[in-house]
Design a protein around this ligand. Structure first.
Ligand SMILES: [Mn+2]
Length: 430
């Protein structure tokens, strides 16, 4: 692996937390993701199933995890199945985990080749009543291809129709929503790599430079720091494109006097950073740009402050809406009449700030985790307010990633990434 893997103690702890949530006499199965095809014999880069990764640390295709914590046969309580490798296969297909390496990575003692799966699974099924299988239950998931997990559910239910089936997803969401210390360290590295990219482009951006050249500068800095690249398709949007929330064409030249919005994050060890910065192409803000910028920055700071333990995420989003409303009044974009006549389902401020402020962040960029229950220590969120003024061709969003912690307020994983307008100007003109 390009990245430094985390200790197996994390994965042992994660499996313990998962097993604690299972009913008596249970088995759970997690499958790796497929290598996705493109055209002809082309494939996309492999991306592990995040639940399997969270429970094992194994970053390889054709992997199955079986856990059956109260199985009468202690050897079958935790079994990891891998695609077979040997010296001959390694020459053709490259290095794959040996059994020893898989044990060292995951902390699982019983490592088997995939060809043994059916035999072990049949044995364990005969001893268990409950089966937990994994599905993608992300609120905004749009799954158009059948995953290995989905194929497995079909096969399993056909073969064992009289077992009781359960969803692993709600348990995984609850667990993965609260990060362990080791995970936060990995997220910090992803944020630090993102910082390097941002500092690199601050001295690079000037009128005439293209959005794709800026994208390439980020990628250069990310990959040389052991990242696989972008955590998500980067948005490098100059001028009015900043008001197109999912602009990813990144094909234009930056024009003097315009602002440049960059929503970019590095991946590291399957964890993701999610940063947005907005800078003046010419290195100096105009008075109007600066007023809008400072308004967004004030909302960003205030929102980070009120995103605290015990707060309900829905209430938090309403509260941020009120803070934004008063900033928009200050900028002369909305007035008291607009507020008085507003549709409560789509308040006046949404004309200029139409997206949510925060989402969970972790192994997924829009990570799993509750959006309804109270906020708990160890949760990691983005805080990303923005103001988009189409009629002025001006969009500003500022986004940091923060950890909710006990007692002393939030911990900002992006505390070292310049965000104050003066500092941005200094670095761009230094
Ligand atoms: Mn985000």
């Amino acid at each position: 692996m390009k990245y430094q893997p985390l200790s197996s103690s994390l994965y042992i702890k994660n499996r313990e937390k998962f097993c604690y949530k299972l009913a008596e006499s249970s088995v759970a199965i997690f499958n790796s993701n497929d290598i996705m095809p493109t055209n002809a014999d082309g494939t996309m880069r492999f991306r592990q199933n995040n639940d399997l990764f969270y429970l094992t640390g194994i970053d390889q295709e054709e992997t199955i995890l079986l856990v059956a914590p109260d199985c009468p046969n202690p050897n079958m309580r935790e079994v990891l199945f891998l695609r077979e490798t040997n010296e001959h296969i390694a020459i053709w297909e490259g290095h794959k985990y040996t059994k020893e390496e898989a044990e060292a990575t995951s902390g699982i003692k019983n490592i088997q080749w995939l060809s043994n799966f059916n035999q072990v699974f049949n044995t364990v099924m005969a001893l268990c009543c409950n089966v937990y299988l994994n599905t993608n239950e992300h609120l905004r998931a749009g799954v158009v291809v059948e995953t290995q997990d989905a194929r497995f559910i079909k096969e399993c239910k056909e073969k064992f129709p009289l077992h009781t089936y359960h969803r692993a997803a709600p348990i995984m969401h609850e667990l993965r929503g609260v990060k362990e210390k080791e995970e936060i360290e990995q997220l910090q590295i992803a944020c630090d790599i993102t910082e390097k990219g941002f500092r690199r482009i601050l001295s690079f951006v000037k009128p005439g430079v293209t959005e794709y050249e800026i994208e390439a500068e980020y990628l250069h800095e990310f990959v040389r720091n052991r990242s696989n690249g972008f955590a998500y398709q980067p948005i490098i949007a100059s001028g009015a494109s900043a008001c197109v929330l999912h602009y990813i064409e990144n094909h234009k030249a930056c024009v003097a006097g315009e602002m440049l919005l960059m929503d970019v994050g590095a991946e590291y060890g399957n964890y993701n950073a999610d940063m947005t910065r907005t800078i003046p192409v010419s290195g100096r803000f105009t008075e109007r740009q600066r007023a809008v910028y400072d308004a967004v920055l004030r909302v960003q700071k205030e929102a980070s402050r009120i995103l605290m333990i015990g707060t309900n995420i829905q209430d938090y989003h309403k509260e941020v809406g009120l803070i934004m409303q008063s900033e928009l009044v200050g900028l002369g974009l909305i007035d008291q009449t607009d507020i008085k006549n507003q549709d409560p389902a789509w308040p006046a401020y949404k004309k200029y700030f139409m997206h949510g402020t925060s989402h969970h962040l972790g192994l997924d960029v829009h990570d799993v985790g509750t959006m309804h229950g109270p906020i708990k220590p160890g949760m990691v969120f983005t805080v990303e307010p923005g103001i988009y003024i189409q009629e002025e061709g001006l969009g500003v969003r500022l986004e940091n990633n923060i950890v909710i912690q006990e007692g002393k307020g939030y911990f900002d994983l992006m505390r070292n990434i310049p965000i104050e307008a003066e500092e941005i100007e200094e670095l761009m003109n230094g």
